[in-house]
Design a protein around this ligand. Structure first.
Ligand code: GTP
Ligand code: MG
Length: 688
């Protein structure tokens, strides 16, 4: 790296951080700069190339400054600090972690062991994952509040989703908490989302309690994981106070927590004690004019919108007039119809809520995320909360396939528009824009799962629609196009590392870490988000299903160059009818089929993946000619390979620009945008 640019970066870093920098001499200077720039320290190797470009330095520096000024302070400070009182009877705690590290299971155990509930109230596992999709997929999609009483103290516990697509939700709910439990899997250690949520916790000024979960695993390595968590804290520039974090070891499935990983206890009591001693009680002025920040929305068909948040100051009373201050500064006077606090697994109606507690307000029509509910006499807004920008978009269209309306109840563009508008009421990170025609909508979200959960919900409610290829959202920086880059972590048996490297290499990934852990290798990459679309399936094929992959948003970077699309063509049905085994038998050498008899297909539907790169029109409905002649040989039984069943996400990742996924209550079908073979030929000739 040439000296002037390096000097400039260093000078900037010094000017920002004065004599507190560099705090730790141990970290190589490049890594330190990378951290300051919000990059992964291990990606410091990236820095020299980009740092050649002084304009890059200048613009990135500008955007960091912007980001800093926009960043919301942890909790609004009042100027009457001397009147602040601690509410010792409440603790507000959020549970944060990477996906599947055991948050919801741990909450289960806390519910079971707090002694407040009858056995019949706590049926099954992962009680809080209550909606259908959450139960089916085994993941948490929406953050949920519950309240537990322990030794006379009310613990407001917020279970958060661990999947990267729902990270924005975590960021907002952290605004309600005074402390957090950072769960880390005793084998996997910190993963990308652990880093993301921990950074958010620091931004909110929280000091986490570290919980090393799953210590019952035979491959658990709790001591090493604690060291890795410490490294992560250091990487994220934790304050010296935060670096001194308390650690609890737990097994959520066996229902115990302990201060010593080798000691098996019989309850999660040490965890409760840790919450009481390490999470600070809420501190505020209960006599000041009321202020509440809305951080989550709920919706009920009976009462409409329900705003959930924390009363930051004063006392909120039911039936009293209040002012709702919107994000754009407009104010509306309304009246609270009902006030509810969290109580066990449900909510309890109350007359008033004092500062520090978390509550739900019913009856406010215009309430939205980020609004402040304030005293009409003193309508002072709280600082704005940042809402994550979408990174991926898809086109939702009216389903116009020959099979439309067979089972679906809601088919028209008006139905789809109304449904999307309803979704916008509570799905904060979602954006909906009109498409090129009145039949189309551009729907943008935080990732594939975020949008596919919406599509899946719509399908179950009886909607039919056609969805186009997901595309990442580019941004302009300094008149140049930038694209979202994801941090991707892959754990794979060491023998398969070559296959992973090859696959990710084609997709412009840069390997930042490679570590061997017993029989597996832990790989970390930064990779363009567009390169990750469709990679999961190929990765599983290339590694015989052994790879475990996680990724989350990392940063926007200048375009990394072209990435190859799907290498194989598709098999397209040439006529409408019922699939026959006889026809499929003749096509087994052509590729992998997605359909099986006696399914119905239509002309233009994609029925398989071709072995070659071109598309092929095939007849999957061909029946055996019947004659009056008795054949000498008996008919053979046709044995077909089972078809490849594509889930909604797999289908969305599979399609190309000129293809669509048709989603109906009974099926997910793939189709060509132009159903007729002649139209397709004409279009491809026109394209040439
Ligand atoms: N062996 C072992 N497995 C656990 C433990 N805790 C949770 N699990 C398992 O880990 C899986 C994920 O658990 P969840 O509680 O759904 O994890 P989560 O963090 O809530 O996941 P998301 O909400 O999707 O982020 C489940 O299959 C649990 O049975 C534990 O202490 N030991
Ligand atoms: Mg969960």
């Amino acid at each position: 790296m040439p000296a002037p640019q390096t000097g400039m970066l260093y000078a900037w870093a010094f000017s920002k951080h004065g004599n507190t920098w560099p705090r730790r001499a141990a970290m190589p200077p490049d890594a330190e700069i990378a951290t300051l720039f919000g990059m992964h320290p291990r990606s410091a190797t990236l820095l020299p190339a980009q740092a050649h470009d002084s304009r890059w330095c200048a613009t990135i520096r500008g955007s960091i400054e912007d980001d800093r000024t926009k960043r919301t302070p942890a909790r609004p400070a009042t100027d009457k600090d001397d009147r602040q009182v601690k509410n010792e009877r409440i603790r507000n705690v959020a549970i944060i972690a990477h996906v599947d590290h055991g948050k919801t299971t741990l909450v289960d155990q806390m519910l079971r062991q707090c002694g407040q509930f009858r056995e019949s109230q706590l049926k099954g596992e992962r009680i809080l994952d209550s909606n259908d999709l959450e139960r089916e997929r085994g993941i948490t999609i929406l953050a949920k509040n519950i309240a537990i009483e322990y030794r006379g103290i009310k613990i407001n516990l917020i279970d958060t989703p661990g999947h990267a697509d729902f990270g924005g939700e975590v960021e907002r709910v952290l605004m309600m908490a005074d402390g957090c439990l950072l769960l880390v899997d005793a084998f996997e250690g910190p993963m990308p989302q652990t880093r993301f949520v921990l950074r958010k916790a620091f931004e909110c000024g929280l000091r986490p309690v570290v919980v090393i979960n799953k210590i019952d695993r035979h491959d658990a390595r709790p001591h090493e994981v604690v060291d890795e968590v410490l490294d992560l804290f250091i990487e994220l520039n934790a304050s010296d106070e935060a670096l001194d974090f308390p650690v609890v070891y737990s097994s959520a499935t066996l229902g115990y927590a302990s201060l010593d990983p080798d000691k098996h206890t019989d309850s999660v009591q040490p965890l409760f004690e840790m919450i009481l001693s390490h999470v600070t009680p809420p501190e505020s002025d209960p006599d000041a004019p009321v202020q509440m920040l809305i951080t989550t929305l709920d919706y009920s068909d009976y009462v409409g919108r329900i705003g959930i948040g924390r009363v930051v100051r004063g006392t909120l009373r039911s039936g009293r007039p209040i002012t709702v201050i919107h994000r754009d500064g407009t104010k509306k006077n309304e009246q609270i119809a009902e006030l509810l606090v969290f109580d066990g697994l449900g909510r309890k109606k109350v007359e008033e809520v004092t500062a520090g507690d978390i509550c739900a307000v019913v009856g406010l029509e215009s309430v939205d995320i980020g609004n402040t509910i304030a005293d009409p006499e003193h309508p002072e807004p709280l600082p704005l909360i940042r809402i994550d920008e979408p990174t991926l978009h898809m086109t939702f269209r009216v389903n116009d396939s020959p099979f439309c309306g067979r089972l679906g109840k809601f088919l028209t563009s008006r139905h789809i528009r109304d449904r999307l508008e309803k979704e916008l009421q509570k799905n904060v990170a979602l954006r909906v824009d009109p498409g090129h025609t009145p039949e189309e909508f551009h729907v943008s979200g935080r990732g594939m799962l975020h949008l596919s959960v919406l599509i899946e919900n719509m399908r179950r409610e009886g909607y039919e629609l056609a969805v186009g290829k997901p595309k990442v959202i580019y941004r302009e920086l300094d008149n140049r196009k930038t694209e979202p880059i994801e941090q991707c972590v892959i754990d794979v048996p060491t023998a398969n590392v070559g296959a992973v490297m090859e696959l990710l290499g084609q997709r412009r990934a840069i390997c930042t870490t490679m570590e061997t852990r017993s029989e597996t290798t832990h790989l970390e990459f930064t990779v363009p988000a567009r390169g990750l679309i469709g990679v999961r399936n190929r990765l599983l094929n290339a590694t015989n299903g052994t790879a475990i992959m996680h990724h989350n948003f990392y940063e926007y970077e200048f375009l990394r160059g072209p990435i190859p699309g799907r290498t194989n063509g598709v098999l397209i049905a040439m006529e409408t009818g019922q699939v026959t085994a006889y026809a499929l038998e003749g096509l087994t050498d052509r590729g992998v089929l997605f359909v099986a008899p006696p399914e119905h297909v239509y002309a233009g539907q994609i029925v398989g993946e071709h072995n070659r790169e071109n598309d092929l029109d095939v007849n999957v409905c061909r029946a055996k000619k019947l004659t009056n002649m008795r054949a000498a040989g008996a008919d053979k039984t046709v044995v077909l390979k089972p078809p490849r069943i594509l889930t909604l996400e797999m289908a969305l990742e599979f399609i190309e620009d000129n293809e669509l996924v048709e989603v109906t209550p009974d099926a997910v079908r793939l189709r060509k945008r132009l159903l007729s073979e002649n139209d397709r030929k004409r279009a491809s000739r026109a394209g040439k």
